[in-house]
Write a protein of this length. Sequence first.
Length: 252
Amino acid sequence: MQRKTTVLLVGESCFATMREFKGLDCFTETNYHEAAESFIAKLTARGYEVTHIPCHLVARCYPRTLEELQRYDAVLFSDVGSNSFLLLPEVVKGGSRAVNLLSLTREYVEAGGGFCMIGGYMTYQGMEGKGKWKDSPLEEILPVRLQYGDDRCEVPEGVDLTCVPDSHPVLRGLPALWPYILGYNKTQARPEAQVLVHRGEDPIIAVRQWGKGRTMAYTTDCAPHWSPAAMCEWDGYPQLWDNIVSWLAGSN
């Protein structure tokens, strides 16, 4: 039996606290949400084996060695900040040294792995710059340069995306006209990058080789709100992510 392509998805989760006031009384409610469920279902339906690490479990579950990380053919970070990888409990609470998980991920790519950063409020720089990916070990390997501060580009009127069909393996079998998105992280393409989808000079999908591996900047989200139902339920969406993961894993 042929081995399945393995994918590590990190992020796409949140805890939310709401406080309600009813006259003189108030109460607090806390909820947990994973936006990854539908996205993972699309990948598994295409035959991929997906491991998901929610944001709050990064410190406990993210691989700590190159050998562990190399169990995965592609690694995707989506809407998760760099602090989750850097402020490990043994460092912050114990004052001990620990592996730099971002440098480890860069080493993984240099050795032949595939890496994609998916956009959101905590990837790239994100909301108020709190993603803090600028000047990190992973910015160096991305096909785009990040800017300082809040890099969100909110487009409530929508941006209709286009591509040149079959001009790259990532675009194989996809039409020229795509559904709209509602926002993205604003970046600048590196000279060595291939920009496959863009809005003006802003890359939406860009790729490059790094060492023996491959990297991608997917600067919009893979889930709402930036990726609305029009995109997430688009017939071409499973094919797009099938192409992306296959390319990152070196299968095409």
